[in-house]
Design a protein around this ligand. Structure first.
Ligand SMILES: [Zn+2]
Ligand SMILES: [Zn+2]
Length: 371
């Protein structure tokens, strides 16, 4: 009988999952919205067999659904086509069209993109929100950028610190990039590419008013390259007015992003600070017994582990001033306010987050303890 109940439960579960037609994995990426904007999860740099990747485009769509992403772009190298003997690929829009077809029954937006691929100093650059990839395939890099601009594309500099192109592992802003920026042909820069984070790329983003990006640049499987190693893929959170392709494009041009890789978050303070603020949900704030020790219960509602250092006017009763709240975890902090207060500020420095090289944001939560 017991076995029968178990069997019925298993069958019910299988049916329920089948009906939902969900591709969600056990570790979906989750981030809260911030005041005035939706937090849209994007990965705008990846490859398939239509350039030097190892999977068909439909797999990229399914992986994105498993990770709970909102927007992806398949950015095949226009010029580097190692599979061309097997896949002649006369139309460079093919990968986008297959992905679009695969995503049509799902809540996933596909952005049309391509990677313009050159040696240093031009390097690799993604043009996204393009209309037609074919005319962007040009002999001269300058002409490829001019065509991308003609199509009103958002263009970002990929892995500028890549040591295959810059042996020091530092980005070099050449005359080529300066000219593209001046002409309005280069709008963003990857500060996180695959598992690499370059503070120097963040500095370039801030100095040149480029949008801060993080991408997976995946060629194999997300599961093998990231998940199995205990990592999430890097993404760019884009703060948009709504979940639509024009809205994501508008936000990227406006620079409203935070790049995220596991517990590393990189972005302008005006977006990263409210993101952190919304990331900790206050469950309760009450004084313990007859004491002046304030118990604050906080839940990290994101999929990233968050590391903090106490910078409040008050010290902790029972924990190190440096502490982590893991993804999804609820933690109780005990703050010694020395007397009962009607309003208390908890000030925390987010140690894994950067608004500029070596600068971490400090976020304040104000509580009105119930006595
Ligand atoms: Zn590249
Ligand atoms: Zn790439």
């Amino acid at each position: 009988m017991k076995n029968l109940i178990v069997l019925v439960l298993i069958l019910t579960t299988i049916t329920a999952v089948g009906q939902e037609h969900s591709h969600r994995s056990s570790r979906p990426l989750t981030f809260p919205d911030i005041p005035g904007y939706k937090s849209i999860k994007t990965d705008l740099h990846m490859h398939t067999v239509f350039s030097d990747g190892n999977v068909w485009p439909n797999i990229r769509v399914q992986e994105a659904l498993r990770d709970n992403l909102d927007v992806i772009s398949l950015t095949e190298h226009l010029e580097y086509q190692p599979h061309s003997k097997d896949i002649p690929h006369p139309d460079r829009n093919r990968s986008y069209k297959i992905a679009l077809q695969e995503a049509k029954d799902h809540d996933l937006l596909i952005v049309h993109g391509s990677e313009i691929t050159r040696d240093a100093p031009m390097g690799h650059n993604n043009a996204v929100f393009i209309e037609d990839a074919n005319p962007i395939l040009q002999d001269k890099a300058e002409n490829a950028f001019a065509e991308a601009k003609k199509q009103n594309a958002f263009v970002f500099w990929n892995h500028p610190a890549w040591y295959a192109q810059n042996p020091d592992g530092n980005p070099i802003l050449s005359e080529f990039q300066k000219e593209r920026i001046n002409k309005g042909e280069l709008h963003g820069i990857e500060v996180i590419n695959m598992t690499d984070y370059a503070e120097e790329s963040l500095a370039l983003a801030l100095e040149n008013n480029l949008t801060i990006m993080g991408t997976s640049d995946v060629h194999g499987l997300i599961d093998w390259d990231y998940t199995e190693k205990g990592n999430h893929r890097p993404i760019t959170l884009v703060f948009t007015k709504e979940k639509s392709i024009p809205s994501v494009k508008e936000a990227l041009f406006a620079g409203r992003t935070v790049a995220v890789y596991n517990d590393l978050m990189v972005g302008r303070e005006e977006f990263l600070a409210p993101l952190l603020q919304a990331s900790l949900k206050v469950e309760s704030a009450t004084y313990a017994g007859n004491s002046n020790v304030l118990e604050i219960e906080l839940t990290n509602i994101t999929s990233s582990d968050l590391l903090f250092q106490n910078e409040s006017a008050y010290t902790f009763y029972d924990s190190s001033p440096v502490f982590e709240i893991s993804a999804g975890e609820t933690k109780m902090l005990h703050l010694k306010t020395l007397e009962r207060k009607s309003a208390v500020d908890l000030k925390l420095r987010a140690l894994g987050c950067f608004v500029a090289p070596k600068i971490q944001p400090v976020v304040t939560w104000t509580f009105n303890p119930s006595n």
